[in-house]
Write a protein that binds this ligand. Structure first.
Ligand code: PNS
Length: 157
């Protein structure tokens, strides 16, 4: 069974993430979405809310499971019998950010491979940071997050 891990902060999950996870689910037998708990970034959502919202957003994908993790990504992969990380790339800036992570993970476990999926052009301007910024000013975020996520975020207000 080919198991891939799609890690991230998901603060919150965006339409871009959902599309990437959907595409990854067609490439692997199972995709585990790994929600990092102790990100250095100031988190807007609690890990349990991120997990619940992701599960809601991905409920139609039976081959996808959402788990919360703390610590090193390579350890999370090992615990889940996976050697494959999936990441999305919106731009060269993302690639700059991803390269040291990839090298770092390979130093820790040389057997790990990261598969990069290019974000669809219509989602390339979307980021969780933009969603948070827009929410701060009560702006419309319906083009950034799916309806299920929008409703769940509104319920948290
Ligand atoms: O959604 P993000 O914030 O871009 O995701 C970043 C993430 C979670 C993939 C990255 O920060 C990570 O893997 N963190 C876990 C800690 C770790 O393994 N760090 C070593 C990297 S060399």
């Amino acid at each position: 069974m080919r198991i891939a891990v799609f890690p991230g902060s998901f603060d919150p999950v965006t339409k871009g993430h959902e599309d990437l996870i959907y595409r990854a689910s067609k490439m692997f037998d199972k995709v585990i979405v790994g929600v990092l708990v102790n990100s250095n970034k100031n988190s807007f959502l609690k890990a349990e809310d991120k997990k619940r919202i992701l599960e809601l957003a991905l409920e139609d994908l039976p081959e996808v499971e959402v788990k919360v993790f703390d610590g090193l990504l390579v350890d999370f992969l090992r615990e889940n019998n996976s050697k494959i990380i999936i990441r999305g790339l919106r731009s060269m800036l993302d690639l700059e950010y991803e390269m040291p992570l990839d090298y770092g993970n390979k130093v820790l476990d040389p057997q790990i491979e990261t598969v990069y999926l290019l974000t669809k052009p219509e989602y390339s301007h979307i980021s969780s940071s933009a969603v948070k910024e827009l929410m701060k000013y009560n702006a419309d975020i319906s083009s950034y997050v799916s309806e299920k996520v929008l409703n769940a975020l509104n319920e948290l207000k």
